[in-house]
Design a protein around this ligand. Sequence first.
Ligand SMILES: [Zn+2]
Length: 226
Amino acid sequence: MKRIVIAIISGVIVSEIMWQLYKKHKHSRKKVINTSNCNGSVEELCNNTEAKIFDVMFFSQDSSLCRSHLKRMKPCKKLNCPIRHLKKIIHYLDSAIHTLDICLYFFTFVELAEAVIRAKNRNVVVRIILEDSMTCTDRSRLMNFYKEGIKPITKPLDVLVHHKFVIIDNNILITGSINWTKSAFFGNFENVLMTNESAIVKPFIHEFERMLTILTVTETNSENLD
Ligand SMILES: [Zn+2]
């Protein structure tokens, strides 16, 4: 009889532990929001600083078919419609309040440049690092930045600045294979990852500062850099 009672009590305790573990797991999962392929309100996510953002986008040869509706900026029904991806990136850029740190190999996409200029006009601190050799290919687009008081940082180096990442308010990272050009968004196989996971965002913040130092340091001080 004693053994039966002990067995019942043990069973109850184990059930309670399992229930508590389940509740804990459920609670921790609740804050993680996968925004991939969803049409949910980006503004809502941006305003919810507790929400975990992780968003993976893919672009393919089919993306070129959506180029025609870029003017209307209306996504079609395709899950990976580049317009949908583009709108989401622009929404996040438009959510910037304090800083916008951009490090790209090539940046000529007007719609994205306009979002950067909008950020500058609402007093967001905008810093842009670009690959020096690629700025020669489209000076006219760069002039728009200069006109708005944004001076992209470039420097001829022995190696390419081949990075593609953007950090919004030291909180949201946009990175991946894609250059910010129309042809990359509408024709290439590309990927973009957006996240506010600090373990991923922080190294990119550090890398941006490191790149800034490399590109702005004077020749005499360059020997002291790693
Ligand atoms: Zn489409």
